[in-house]
Design a protein around this ligand. Structure first.
Ligand code: GLN
Length: 260
């Protein structure tokens, strides 16, 4: 049965509220105290949700991870300053659409529905949707999820697929990936559908949890920009292809996801 393996995402029109906090962030413009002759650099903003290790997560006060490092390398290549804005995953697309120097980078899966709202760069990593359960769970395969309570992160592909496959009434949407895991540990949900890379981290940190061996879906991660912003998209794709060719992207991914 291949109903769990989706090549496209069913449309969920996320007419999210406009991010009003963006104005003024795209350029450093306070030059009053700057007597040097050097030009102010433009700022490339990375919109993300930093609860998604190892792609983006907090290390103390800093947001680190694969996306944070690739994003910084792209900004460096483009001669731009770099700033990360942390927000709910559900807000990233509307935030990206509110600015010209903003890229959404959040382990974000390319989907047909999202392509209607934003433009995507070439893919820089693969993702797999997996299922986390408690070690003593009677859920052994993806088929056993029917009739079970499933936790997902709001507006992620895991949310969209699970709602489609098992019905909205069976799906609990959390704002953060970490809250999905808490919901599972508390018994509020029976399983969590989430991307493999953060799932590995959460299972490693919680010895009562395990991953199902069967995968739920395969996906590509890419960077999104405002719909029609070909200027930024071309620059990002140019930087990405150089960073891929010289091994930087692989080095960063291998640093956070060591080969087994
Ligand atoms: N890859 C998933 C998606 O794009 C989840 C991403 C995330 O939670 N940061 O929907």
């Amino acid at each position: 049965m291949n109903k769990f393996f989706k090549s496209t995402v069913c449309a969920v029109a996320a007419v999210a509220m406009m991010a009003a906090c963006f104005a003024g962030c795209s350029k450093k413009d306070d030059t009053a105290a700057d007597t040097s002759s050097s030009e102010q650099k433009e700022v490339l903003i990375m919109a993300t949700n930093a609860t998604f290790p190892p792609y983006e997560y907090y290390d103390g006060e800093d947001i680190v991870g694969i996306d944070a490092e690739i994003g910084k390398a792209i900004a460096d290549k483009l001669g731009m300053d770099f700033k990360i804005e942390d927000m709910e995953f559900n807000s990233i697309i509307s935030y990206v659409n509110s600015g010209d120097n903003v890229m959404g980078m959040a382990g974000m899966t390319v989907s047909e529905d999202r392509k209607l709202q934003v433009d995507f760069s070439s893919s820089y990593a693969n993702g797999v949707q997996v299922v986390i359960v408690k070690k003593d769970s009677d859920i052994k395969t993806v088929d056993d999820l029917a009739g079970k309570k499933i936790g997902v992160q709001l507006s992620t592909t895991g949310d969209i697929y699970a709602t489609d496959d098992f019905g909205a009434e069976m799906v609990t949407q959390y704002n953060k990936a970490t809250d999905c895991v808490l919901g599972l540990k508390n018994g509020d949900v029976d399983a969590v559908i989430i991307d493999n890379a953060p799932a590995q981290t959460f299972v490693a940190e919680n010895d009562t949890l395990k991953l199902l061996e069967t995968e739920y879906a395969n996906e590509d991660y890419a960077i999104c920009v405002k719909k029609g912003n070909t200027q930024l998209l071309d620059k990002i794709n140019g930087a990405l292809s150089e960073l891929t060719a010289d091994g930087t992207v692989k080095k960063i991914i291998d640093k956070y996801i060591p080969a087994k």
